[in-house]
Design a protein around this ligand. Sequence first.
Ligand SMILES: Cc1cc2nc3c(=O)[nH]c(=O)nc-3n(C[C@H](O)[C@H](O)[C@H](O)COP(=O)(O)OP(=O)(O)OC[C@H]3O[C@@H](n4cnc5c(N)ncnc54)[C@H](O)[C@@H]3O)c2cc1C
Length: 310
Amino acid sequence: MTDLTALNTLESRLNGSMKLIRMAPMAKYTTLRLGGPADLLAEPATPEQLVQLLKAAHELHIPVTLMGHGSNLLVKDGGIRGLVIRICREMRRIEVQGDTLRAEAGAMLSSLAMTAAENSLGGLTFASGIPGTVGGGVYMNAGAYGGEMSQVVTLVEGVDLTGEAFAYTGEEMQFAYRRSRLMDENKIVTHVTCRLPRADREALIKEMVELNRRRAEKQPLTLPSAGSTFKRPVGGYASALVDECGLRGASIGGAQVSEKHAGFLVNKGGTAADFLALIAHVQQVVMEQKGIMLEPEVRILGEDAPVTPV
Ligand SMILES: Cc1cc2nc3c(=O)[nH]c(=O)nc-3n(C[C@H](O)[C@H](O)[C@H](O)COP(=O)(O)OP(=O)(O)OC[C@H]3O[C@@H](n4cnc5c(N)ncnc54)[C@H](O)[C@@H]3O)c2cc1C
């Protein structure tokens, strides 16, 4: 239980200086469209506001959870205690200098890819259809169609939970498949710099249109999801394994293995508990039939809903 007095103090200290929402319904802030409330959600508009927020939360011993666009999150039904910091849209400036882009963490990957293309810079077309932020993209080392963030990122700047600055070069980020060192550290990305190769503007735009057409053809984009639920196991594809085990269309409550793409779990009016049960079911069946343990790619946050006595 988060200390209510501490939250009230934080709120009164920062009110008016940035967007603060009490009991923020996480279903509204995640693409999976489910999850209980965050005690307090803050959206800093500048890196300075972020540091101000972190220092206050640190001083008041309030636990902090970070999110971007919420496109890779499964928030449990009991919600998130303490402060959720959402870096998305409010902090989204992108600067272009020669062959280099420096973006604030809340810029969307689609905007980054489009800005690059408009400036005749390639290397980011793969990211144009990934519905997340630049910060979430480097944290996850997001990728698609043979590209991933590790190939273009040269510098990641940010702060730790006390507001102290850090900077990692691309090599120092220890990128691996859907992994970065940030997963083992409590660090928050504020800026990402990418150095990109020169390319033809029209060809880049054409390529992004084509990749997004392929995405819409294969993926269930009209239903809420968090993208691919499981990481690609060594030597195969999670979606193929799920399919081969006869799980396409399987459901628990309102959580369903997509009929269109067996790697996606889609929300048809379910709860986080339905999704967690379906994830466990898929893992168990794939383990039994294929001897492979699928590892979730989606990040699971928050607390289970309290059990109501009958
Ligand atoms: C329809 C659909 C398609 C998708 N396709 C792809 C795909 O092709 N390839 C792919 O890789 N992913 C894909 N995804 C998943 C998702 O879009 C990516 O993982 C994306 O990088 C997540 O970014 P986000 O801003 O939404 O992060 P969130 O989901 O909000 O957060 C993800 C993690 O990043 C951390 N994080 C977020 N911002 C920061 C920050 N500023 N500093 C430090 N940590 C931070 C959070 O704490 C969390 O642990 C897809 C998702 C959907 C819904």
